[in-house]
Design a protein around this ligand. Structure first.
Ligand SMILES: C=Cc1c2[nH]c(c1C)Cc1[nH]c(c(CCC(=O)O)c1C)Cc1[nH]c(c(C)c1CCC(=O)O)Cc1[nH]c(c(C)c1C=C)C2
Length: 580
């Protein structure tokens, strides 16, 4: 436990490291006696905020938890809409559509169990076309990305692979570049970070980056591969080059000796290996699945979390309340909240605050009263438009998950600034009896048609002062469907959604900027203000749940900010992966 004296010494140490002038140091009032975290405010009612409340209440049902959300609804980017048409409804996802069982997915599985959602889960199996077929757009056709298809034999898979690398211009020459990779010089030891694009262009060639990898980055971050940080997105590969001088050699070595993972990650993997009372069917399907979702869409996770939290008298929801100021006082943290409906402001005291807002919003509230909190830009968060379309005619696209459009496609051939298209019919609901799917149906229309989501914008819209209107978005999506897939039919249902600032970009230098943010938080709030969210552990829904789990579990440890996983030197351990 920090006492006031050694707390102030710590402040002085951090301050001297960061050259804070003595006069401003005197102005810092750092109250470091740590009260028990028994009255916690959570800023943001998205999936991270709700999951944090869930874990905090689970670990201590007597703890008071208040969730402040600036909008009238919970869930953030997780948002499902059911659109009624003549013979039933079509379920559209405005944001994420499926969850993955891998990695942090094991934690989500436990949450699904805790919320009683096991029987509501829809699984798409690893054998489904949605799992094995992903495409790239390379003018003017879709190219299947080489990936083993378990339903085909060895020879058929090998022939498909050879054909792609021989005849598809997007992949030509890549095998030769891979063979030469071990002979390329390793980066200079003075380089502290580099963009993902520059890293792979240096090691394997710009063609692979522009025609293939940039598309994958579109499909996860809606981001620009030449801006995102290699060190933050692919830390193991970044290390591999440093240690082995080559990715190919390093990966081969890993296969023999085992791969290195951060010690904290290993701890998590071990925790997830502990026996857990899942239902038998759920456990079996979860293991065999590629992705999963719910009968009522991703929103069901949010709604069920909300309903479960509302059962507790100690959890309070403050909707339409934007927190504009976070002040550290001797006894507690004082929040100022502004009502978006009445415009009035109110003050609230809590022992601890967990902000699940973006770093920009958190630092805005932390610095609002001009107490010297440095406003530090950490990462940009671009806006993505999703346009959901439902056509009566089935099979209007090849079977698979969808396709992505690489950066290498000239803008005159992608005037809509599209990132990719998901084939939602492929996994949203199984036809009864289909062995590739397990679970209830999502759409209730009498016949299965074609459902897709066109994704637009992301980094392409950086710096734009305005975005396309809903009508323009719909027009753009339809013109993409016509140009790329020859679909001229008018959709029977649609939904257009502008998701403002939805995916944080871990751009070059991210770790250094986070480190400064961490110092600032720790200096001014001594562990009473912590952070979690999609900029801490990864951008996916599972990663948000993991971030919530971490911050809730660590709350009793005094002095943390929630950013330790990023800023503290990681200890790497070697593990041999066994197939279970
Ligand atoms: C076209 C744009 C996007 C598509 N999905 C997303 C965007 C911006 C968002 C997204 N996709 C993934 C994540 C990570 C979290 C997770 O669910 O695991 C996020 C935030 C997963 C993902 N999607 C694709 C890949 C390669 C991955 C990484 C995990 C994996 O390998 O499965 C590919 C992909 N995304 C989209 C399409 C159309 C597509 C491939 C055809 C849509």
């Amino acid at each position: 436990m920090l006492n006031r004296r050694n707390g102030l010494n710590k402040v002085a140490r951090v301050a001297s490291r960061r050259s804070v002038a003595p006069s401003s140091l005197a102005a810092i009032r750092c109250y470091s006696s740590q009260p028990d975290p028994n009255d916690v405010a959570i800023l943001g009612g998205g999936i991270t905020g709700l999951a944090t409340a869930h874990y905090l209440s689970q670990s201590n049902p007597n703890r008071k938890v208040t969730i402040y959300e600036s909008s009238p609804r919970l869930g953030g980017w997780l948002h499902t809409e059911k659109v009624e048409i003549d013979d039933g409804h079509i379920l559209f996802e405005k944001g994420p559509r499926t969850l993955r069982p891998a990695g942090n997915g094991s934690l989500t599985a436990r949450l699904v169990n805790q919320l009683g959602l096991e029987d509501e889960t829809i699984f798409t199996m690893k054998t489904a076309p949605a799992a094995t077929n992903r495409y790239l757009y390379y003018p003017d056709h879709l190219v299947r990305v080489p990936q083993p298809d378990k339903k085909l034999g060895f020879m058929a898979n090998a022939t498909a692979l050879a054909n792609t690398f021989t005849y598809e211009p997007a992949f030509q020459g890549i095998l030769g570049r891979l063979a030469l990779e071990p002979f390329r010089p390793a980066r200079d030891s003075s380089v502290t970070d580099e963009s993902v694009g520059d890293f792979f262009a240096r090691r394997i060639g710009r063609r692979l980056v522009d025609q293939v990898m940039s598309a994958v980055v579109h499909g996860i971050y809606a981001g620009d591969i030449y801006q995102l940080s290699m060190k933050s997105l692919f830390p193991s590969l970044w290390r591999l080059e440093e240690e082995s001088g080559s990715l190919v050699t390093g990966l081969l070595q890993n296969m023999v000796e085992g791969a290195k993972v951060p010690a904290k990650e290993l701890e998590f993997m071990m925790a997830m290996k502990q026996p857990y009372p899942f239902g038998k069917e759920f456990r079996k399907n979860f293991r065999r699945s590629n992705v999963f979702t719910f009968r009522h869409g991703i929103q069901q996770l949010v709604d069920t979390l909300e309903a479960s939290l509302k059962k507790s008298p100690n959890v309070i929801f403050q909707l339409n309340q934007e927190v504009t100021d976070i002040k550290n006082t001797e006894q507690n943290v004082q929040l100022e909240a502004k009502s978006s409906t009445e415009g009035s402001t109110s003050k609230h005291n809590h022992t601890h605050v967990i902000s699940t807002l973006s770093p920009d919003k958190t630092s805005q509230a932390a610095s609002s009263m001009n107490r010297g909190f440095l406003k530090l830009p950490v990462c940009p968060t671009p806006t993505v438009m999703t346009v959901n379309l439902y056509y009566r005619t089935p099979n209007l696209h090849p079977s698979g998950f969808g396709y992505l459009i690489p950066l290498g496609i000239p803008i005159d051939q992608n005037p809509e600034r599209a990132l990719g298209v998901t084939f939602d019919t492929a996994y949203a609901a199984g036809t009864p009896g289909d062995e590739d799917f397990v679970g209830p149906m999502q759409d209730t229309v009498s016949k299965r048609g074609t459902k897709v989501t066109v994704m637009l914008g992301g980094h392409y819209w950086d710096g734009w002062s305005s975005h396309p209107s809903n009508d323009e978005g719909l027009q753009m999506a339809q013109s993409i469907m016509e140009r790329h897939l020859g679909v001229t039919e008018k959709p029977a249902a649609h939904s257009v959604n502008l998701n403002y600032n939805c995916i944080p970009q871990y751009t070059v230098g991210f770790e250094d900027r986070v480190s400064k943010f961490h110092d600032e938080l720790s200096l001014r709030y001594s562990g009473r203000l912590r952070v979690a969210g999609n900029w801490v552990r990864g951008v996916g829904v599972n990663d948000c749940i993991r971030s919530a789990w971490d911050v809730a579990r660590d709350l009793d440890t005094s002095g943390l900010t929630g950013l330790e996983y990023i800023v503290k030197p990681k200890q790497w351990l070697t593990v041999k992966v066994k197939k279970s």
